[in-house]
Write a protein that binds this ligand. Structure first.
Ligand code: BG6
Length: 488
């Protein structure tokens, strides 16, 4: 990756500094930015957690965790862990906060970032302490992870409480999907080319599919997940944000509020599923099965039982009720322990209006534009072409394929790398504004209520498959199928 401009020196306190997110995502991302020269040795990163540990023990732990990431660059890794410090602190107790404040007092006037990688019930006590200790003035910022709350009311309460300490422009609600390379590329593709935008509407687009499929289970987050489920964990935020990026009107600029205003309009235009929620959504929960050749247990048995109502899969049909999208279904699906790890957005264009080809030319598939977020990031435009050689005019569906790795041969920064640097720079374009989060919940709440009203539990699916058969029926009922990335 080309050298990125250095950011100003900062202090970053990661609450939940020994947790999964910090160790798996945040610290590797910071390490990469440091190794790339974007973070100077004068910046400080302070892990904050309850475990008793000193600075050196924390450095050692992070060093061990990052050894695989550093690709043998021991020198950069040693210099990186020298930035780290550790503060043992229980956010709910008085003790230790003064020691924490003293660590930060030495650098008044700097950018200060408080990353709350903790359970949501600690957001409020942490913010209040930070305010009482006078740590939130000047260039202070707070970063909070999704999901914010578990419904509209709890999200509003959390936003109110954070708002008592931090102004909206100091509050960075992270949705790491917005930092993914392909999602950024959606902006480039839509607004950096004249080709697509005239076609980007109901007149030419038959439907849109957004799939975020994972092969992993709930990993170390079983307790959180049991109370959340796929709708809150993934769809309320990641999938709806992707939908917004596809469906929004062209913003006048890339100014943070210009983009977020347009996304908000999309969220507000989502047609409430209301009484149709049961018919237009499918919940699933995985049973024992196999990922590849590896047998895996079912969700409930894996997590000690008692979670019959937690969905590990959700598919639904949404509609953006406005002039551009009226009548165009957006099919969304996400799940754990599915057949393969793939995240993609499929823009399915309409059929040709009339065929001039003989019946034996083969079926004419409608064009599809596929934006692949992972694993192999890129864009494919599926077209019909003539099969080469004599033998009559036979048609074949092939992709114009642009894999980013092949096209540019560079390592792609993880979403957290970009987003953490945006926080330091104070640029909230790729973060969710309060009104966006609440508009998303306003649409999700009735679905949760409709589910709560039935006695039905999520439909079973075997681990390693594509979810319950009802999810296939959801789209096939409309004469459509889930996209398959195979040449026909
Ligand atoms: C997180 C969810 O936000 O995103 C996890 O809480 C999920 O459940 C993860 O596994 C997926 O992120 P990615 O970047 O691996 O697709």
């Amino acid at each position: 990756m080309g050298a990125s401009p250095a950011v100003e020196d900062f202090d970053l306190a990661i609450f939940g500094g020994t947790g999964d997110l910090a160790l798996r995502k945040l610290l590797p991302a910071l390490y990469h930015r440091f190794a790339d020269g974007q973070i100077s040795a004068a910046s400080r990163i302070i892990g904050v957690a309850r475990d008793a540990m000193n600075d050196d023990e924390y450095r050692l732990r992070v060093h061990q965790g990052l050894a695989g990431t550093a690709h043998g660059d021991e020198d950069a890794l040693d210099r990186f862990v020298a930035l780290l410090g550790y503060q043992a602190l229980d956010a709910t107790l008085d003790r230790d906060w003064d020691a924490f404040a003293r660590r930060l007092d030495t650098s008044v006037g700097r950018v200060r970032v408080f990353y709350l990688a903790t359970a949501a019930d600690l957001f409020v006590p942490i913010c209040e302490r930070l305010r009482q200790l006078g740590l939130t003035a000047g260039k202070a910022r707070v970063v909070v992870e999704k999901p914010i709350g578990r419904d509209l009311a709890s999200a509003a309460a959390i936003n109110d409480a954070i708002g008592r300490t931090f102004a909206e422009n100091q509050t960075f609600r992270i949705d790491h999907y917005l930092g993914k390379e392909t999602v950024q590329n959606l902006l480039a593709l839509r607004f950096g080319n004249a080709l697509f935008e005239p076609l980007w509407r109901a007149e030419h687009i038959d439907h849109v599919q957004i799939t975020v499929a994972e092969t992993i289970g709930v990993e170390r987050r079983a307790a959180f997940y049991a109370g959340a489920g796929a709708l809150r964990d993934m769809l309320q935020n990641h999938l709806l944000q992707l939908l917004c990026m596809v469906a929004m009107e062209p913003p006048v600029s890339l100014e943070p509020d210009a983009v977020r205003d347009e996304k908000l309009k999309v969220l507000r235009a989502l047609r409430p599923l209301g009484a149709d929620a049961a018919r237009l959504s499918v919940r699933g929960q995985y049973r024992a099965g196999a990922i590849g050749t590896e047998p895996v247990p079912g969700y409930d048995e894996e997590n000690g039982g008692g979670h019959a109502h937690t969905e590990t899969f959700v598919a639904l049909k949404a509609e953006v009720a406005n002039w551009r999208w009226s009548g165009v279904p957006f099919y969304l699906r996400t799940g754990k322990r599915l057949a393969s790890r793939v995240s993609e957005i499929v823009i399915a264009f309409r059929k040709i209006p009339h065929s001039i080809f003989a019946a034996n030319a083969g079926p004419i598939a409608p064009n599809e534009l596929v934006l692949r977020l992972q694993p192999d990031e890129g864009v494919k435009l599926w077209l019909m072409i003539k099969y080469p050689g004599p033998g009559g005019l036979r048609l074949r569906r092939v992709p114009l394929d642009m894999s980013f790795a092949q096209a540019f041969g560079v390592r792609h920064a993880d979403a957290y790398e970009r987003l953490l640097m945006d926080v330091v720079r104070g640029n909230p374009t790729l973060f969710m504004r309060r009104d966006e989060v609440e508009a998303a919940w306003r649409w999700i709440d009735p679905i949760l209520e409709a589910w709560a009203e039935t006695d039905e539990t999520p439909k079973p699916y075997a681990a390693g498959t594509w979810g319950p058969s009802a999810a296939v029926a959801l789209i096939e009922r409309d004469g459509r199928t889930w996209h398959e990335d195979a040449e026909a």
